[in-house]
Design a protein around this ligand. Structure first.
Ligand code: HEM
Length: 128
């Protein structure tokens, strides 16, 4: 079971990032595709798969956020990513705010991936 769920998890990580990036480009271009129904619905499916596969991995591995610092860091960073991401695509009042939030969301996403790969809340330490 574990390799299958992990594959689903990592595939939805790639999909969620590619689609977020594409929506960010559409936002910068003021492209009306961003308002289309499927563009709003598709991320719900991808992100639900991401979350459910993550929870399943937690259960399989018995690694719970309270006891694993990297998992706690991941969930906090995920929350920040969701908030900044929604400022980028929707809530930001000016294009400058939206574009800045877009860059910060991408940085947060790469922090998330680094935390997952190193299983450390401070992944940058492995560079030193
Ligand atoms: C944008 C959000 C997320 C990203 C970018 C992300 C990224 C990743 C990546 C790249 C891996 C594979 C690491 C490896 O190959 O060793 C992974 C594994 C994992 N993720 Fe996520 N993840 C996200 C959300 C979540 C969520 C919401 C949960 C829990 C609710 C979660 C729990 C886990 C667990 C338990 C593993 C397994 C680690 C292991 O195999 O030892 N992830 N994640």
């Amino acid at each position: 079971m574990y390799p299958i769920i992990k594959n689903i998890h990592v595939s939805s990580v790639v999909l969620t990032f590619l689609f977020f990036f594409q929506r960010g480009i559409w936002m910068l271009q003021d492209n009306s595709v961003l308002q289309q129904r499927w563009v709003k619905i598709l991320p719900i499916f991808i992100d639900t798969t991401l979350l459910l596969s993550g929870i399943t991995l937690i259960i399989i591995l018995h690694q719970y956020p309270g006891s694993q610092a990297w998992l706690s860091a991941k969930l906090i960073a995920l929350l920040i990513y969701i908030i900044i991401g929604s400022i980028a695509l929707k809530r930001g009042k000016t294009k400058t705010i939206q574009a800045t939030a877009f860059l910060l969301a991408i940085a947060t996403f790469f922090y998330l991936v680094s935390v997952a790969l190193t299983q450390s809340a401070i992944p940058f330490l492995v560079w030193f």
